[in-house]
Design a protein. Structure first.
Length: 296
């Protein structure tokens, strides 16, 4: 699984670079991928591998294994994958439903579907095992949220470095934006995208796939699923059209972009098990990307 997934991502990278200047992706788009996806991912992964030394790593792995003890991982993975499949389908159906009331409301389809199928249902069905008792937290929630070990905050360095690469590239577009609007946009990105997606893909799905397949295979497979979910809803492909161009080019570009970023997010999570770092990095990268649109 590790080598097969890595081969898919590598093939998509090669195909994307080779297709620069064609109908798949123009030269400007390739430069965008370099600075928004590939360079920050490379910087983040390299620094996370170096900082700090592997002090406390074995103990952290033991705590994860203890937190998952007694969980029916196969059953939980099936539930998570069903939620992932329901996400793009639900987004389309909800968009059409909202559009019945007002054409402008169709944009709520994806955010609501993300909150339900990547946030609420997975946490309820998997992490909380269906229990609604107020105040109940799982051992994994304690591990991921209550980060007491100082070395697990070293992940802020690779996260900040990756974000710095993106910000310096996007700086001309971000200069002069209203600070209040930008902060409001960052809050929206945090609540609507970064938080539910990092909880689903890293905290819930990757942790269980690592336990079943191994750390490397878990990171790579979740990166591919992460890219596939964005290919379904983002501008790279029309998921329900499935024409030759989408299947041949747009999905490859999606894997080359989101798949590589997914490797960075996944490694950051596997290295430090600090959900705050993942959420902060996702929020920062997305805000840098959509900041000008937020201001408009």
């Amino acid at each position: 699984m590790l080598w097969a997934g890595a081969a898919v991502i590598a093939a998509c990278l090669i195909a994307t670079v080779a297709a620069a200047g064609t109908s798949w992706i123009d030269t400007r788009g390739l430069v965008f991928l370099v600075w928004m996806c590939w360079a920050p991912a490379a910087v983040g992964i390299a620094l996370a591998a170096l900082l700090p030394p592997d002090r406390g790593r074995t103990e952290l792995d033991d705590r994860v294994a203890l937190a998952l003890r007694g969980h029916l991982l196969g059953r939980e993975l099936i539930r998570l994958l069903l939620c992932l499949v329901a996400f793009p389908v639900g987004a389309v159906l909800l968009a059409r439903l909202f559009g019945v009331f007002d054409d402008a409301l169709y944009v709520l389809g994806a955010p609501v579907a993300r909150a339900v199928f990547l946030g609420l249902l997975p946490v309820l069905l998997v992490d909380r095992a269906g229990q609604l008792r107020v105040g109940r937290v799982s051992q994994m929630q304690v591990l991921a949220v209550r980060v007491g070990e100082a070395w697990r905050w070293w992940g802020a360095v690779p996260a900040a470095a990756a974000l710095a690469v993106v910000v310096q590239y996007r700086w001309p577009a971000l200069t002069g934006l209203d600070a209040a609007q930008l902060l409001l946009g960052a809050l929206a990105v945090l609540l609507v995208v970064a938080l539910p997606e990092e909880i689903f893909f890293r905290f819930l799905l990757q942790t269980r796939l690592e336990a079943v397949l191994g750390r490397g295979a878990g990171i790579v497979l979740v990166a591919l699923l992460f890219a596939a979910s964005y290919a379904a809803l983002d501008g790279y492909a029309d998921f329900f059209r499935l024409d030759a161009h989408a299947a041949g080019g747009d999905y490859a570009v999606s894997v080359a972009a989101y798949g590589v970023l997914g490797l960075c997010y996944g490694y950051l999570w596997a290295r430090y098990r600090n959900i705050w770092l993942n959420v902060a990095l996702r929020t920062g990268l997305l805000t840098a990307l959509v900041g000008p649109a937020i201001a408009m």
